[in-house]
Design a binder for this molecule. Structure first.
Ligand code: DAH
Length: 334
């Protein structure tokens, strides 16, 4: 009984090749008007003694068919999930989403270079506080009350304290806590009330100090020449021009020969052949007295440079404010 029906049903299920077709087969067999459903309904028309047997067989058939459909459905679902829907489809030929790697800020890079050069010459790196008192920032450095740097309009004061206007106070702190010979550089942030294409209210300086017996301008010049040639290139020359700083005597402005014209004079160097890179001089006897050193015994040189300025000269940057604008198009050049 119903052998052919069963064979036919299982065959239809087996040959369905997608879920849609399988659903159609299911409806044709087990739907409201499906062949199996019709058979079940027609049981009532059989003679009463045949009904239980027919019902049992049909029920079994129905179960088997349902099971077969379920199995086939799982199989087809597996197959179809292998094909991605258009939404999930990935174009593997597209360029990948690149993860950009960051890098150090140009000022940090220059600072690191400066530090490496001086450390290789035997200088030690020392840091000091950014909030200073005016004794360390001015008085001890032989900077009198009338000096323009002390003006409220040029410095940031907080009651009796101020944001240091240079890293020179670290000279004082070091000489107070150590005995010569001393060879230090002091990098750090400094603050002034200034803001234009060549000045920032916060910038970076490196101070240098060498104290020993019999230190001369020749030593100063040698150290700064080696520095200039390592940071700008070995063909570069330096020159010392007389200048004034309260904490040094004599004082100099130090220039490096122009890298664009080689010293002949061009637009980059204002047709002078030279570019100013830093201030320097021989430690003033009053500074030694202020830290309790005997100026008859000890001699020394000092220098101070702006890291932003050195970086601008190195890369021919015209506006110092580019360093703090955080514009990737600028920063990516380094
Ligand atoms: N402190 C000076 C400034 O901020 C720079 C400087 C000049 C430092 C000469 C020195 C020096 O040690 O000898 O402008």
């Amino acid at each position: 009984m119903f052998e052919n029906l069963k064979k036919d049903a299982l065959k239809q299920i087996e040959t369905a090749n997608d879920l849609q077709q399988l659903e159609k087969v299911r409806v044709a067999l087990l739907g409201k008007k499906g062949v199996i459903t019709e058979q079940v309904k027609s049981i009532g028309k059989l003679p009463p003694q045949e009904r239980p047997e027919a019902g049992k067989i049909l029920n079994q058939l129905k179960n088997e068919v349902e099971e077969a459909i379920e199995k086939k459905k799982e199989e087809l679902q597996k197959k179809e999930s292998g094909k991605l829907s258009p939404k999930l489809w990935v174009d593997v030929t597209l360029p990948g989403a690149r993860r950009r790697v960051g890098h150090r800020h140009p000022i940090s890079k220059t600072l690191e270079e400066i530090e490496t050069i001086f450390v290789s010459m035997g200088f030690k790196i020392v840091e000091g506080p950014e909030i200073e008192d005016s004794w360390h920032n001015f008085d001890a450095l032989n900077t009198p009350e009338w000096h323009p740097a002390r003006d409220e309009h040029d410095s940031f004061y907080i009651n009796d304290l101020l944001l240091r206007t240079h890293t020179s106070p670290v000279q004082i702190r070091t000489m107070l806590s150590e005995q010569p010979p001393i060879a230090i550089i002091s990098p750090g942030r400094v603050y002034r009330r200034d803001y234009d294409a060549t000045h920032l209210p916060m910038f970076t300086q490196v101070e240098g100090l060498y104290v020993n017996e019999d230190v001369s301008v020749a030593h100063l010049k040698y150290v700064l020449e080696r520095f200039a040639q390592q940071i700008f290139g070995k063909e570069r020359q330096i020159r010392l021009r007389p200048s004034f700083f309260p904490f040094t005597e004599p004082s100099f402005e130090v220039d490096v020969s122009c890298g664009v014209c080689g010293g002949k004079g061009c637009q980059a160097c204002g047709y002078t052949g030279w570019l100013e890179i830093l201030g320097a001089g021989m430690v003033h006897p009053n500074v030694f007295k202020n830290v309790g050193y005997d100026p008859q015994k000890w001699t020394g040189f000092a220098f101070g440079m702006g890291v932003e300025r050195i970086t601008m000269l190195k890369y021919n940057i015209k506006d110092i404010r580019d360093f703090v604008r955080n514009d990737k198009r600028f920063l990516e050049n380094f």
